[in-house]
Write a protein that binds this ligand. Sequence first.
Ligand code: NAD
Ligand code: DAU
Length: 353
Amino acid sequence: MILVTGGAGFIGANFVLDWLARHDEPVVNLDKLTYAGNLETLASLQGDARHVFVQGDIGDSALVARLLAEHRPRAVVHFAAESHVDRSIHGAEDFIQTNILGTFRLLEAVRAHWSSLDGADKSAFRFLHVSTDEVYGSLAPDAPAFTETHTYEPNSPYSASKAASDHLVRAWHHTHGLPVLTTNCSNNYGPFHFPEKLIPLMIVNALAGKPLPVYGDGMQVRDWLYVKDHCSAIRRVLEAGRLGETYNVGGWNEKPNIEIVHIVCALLDELRPRADGASYSTQITHVTDRPGHDRRYAIDARKLEAELGWKPAETFETGIRKTVQWYLEHPGWVANVQSGAYRQWVQAQYGAA
Ligand code: NAD
Ligand code: DAU
């Protein structure tokens, strides 16, 4: 089996759902259930013995040691993190605690477990660290996309904390020989994305008749990847990645934010037209820019493509249509997130235990 951290969040939950849809290898899912963790996303796995959910902190060394000893996973896939840049600007403490200290404690617990393994179990073991393109900083408009050797120049408290975690993972490989793999991915989008992030926020605000807040001039560029393509990349790196290597993951889909918002509006105009016949784009408002806002990210994914034969399945056009349709078809999930009811979902579903 494998141990996944942060598997109740956006990407981790998509990863767990995809993993168990493809085969029967069980997953132990360790997640603290912060505001970003949503067990309702994993409701289809209720009663499925292949999914063992444990509410807990990656920084709880005793808990992690117990889980590793009890379940003896062949790999750890580490998603758990504080992930929202704007929150890191308002308060960085949780980012330092989880992304840096939590990753350090997880690495130490995993190292102790890995050291106790023998022979084939030891050589097959993997620790895959899921990271971000934001560690590389901001690109000039005409600069080439980030390769794996690009200098680390993190600009936000979030990206600085992720950069620190990447360095810890690297050091645990070089110093202790821990069999690690790191992936640095661009912006994900798709089902179950928490509506504090650009694309889901625009969809839910548009449908609610609220303003669509575009930071600054809206010309910041992000490189978008459908979440299921990120999951397939992680599976491929886990399967065949070279130890100690990092792999950039991206879909060659650079677009300015304002264009993304217009695409979302056009899809909603087509799939759920406003009662008054006006376009959702009339709800766009330009608001104060994010402090320290990175102007452009772009991922060069050629290493992953050439070495491991990975390719994304979705274009931006197919992926964004699926995403908008998913939100239209899951108003209950959205409503529970917006009302906060998702946080009581475990209790409502399973009763007070
Ligand atoms: P998310 O915020 O949606 O989910 C994070 C999950 O981690 C939540 O379920 C939360 O409860 C859990 N968690 C937080 N602190 C924890 C702790 N101390 N112990 C255990 N669990 C904890 O994040 P996401 O968007 O799914 O991102 C997952 C990973 O991928 C993160 O490491 C992030 O940096 C990275 N990443 C995200 C993107 C993106 O576009 N979302 C892109 C590249 C990389
Ligand atoms: O690049 C990968 C990163 O992508 C991940 O590491 C992060 O975890 C993830 O949150 C994401 O970070 P961003 O800051 O790029 O994502 P966000 O959705 O917050 O913002 C995307 C862009 O849209 C960014 O330029 C800021 C802008 N934006 C965002 C929001 C929430 C707006 O213009 N208005 C908004 O209301």
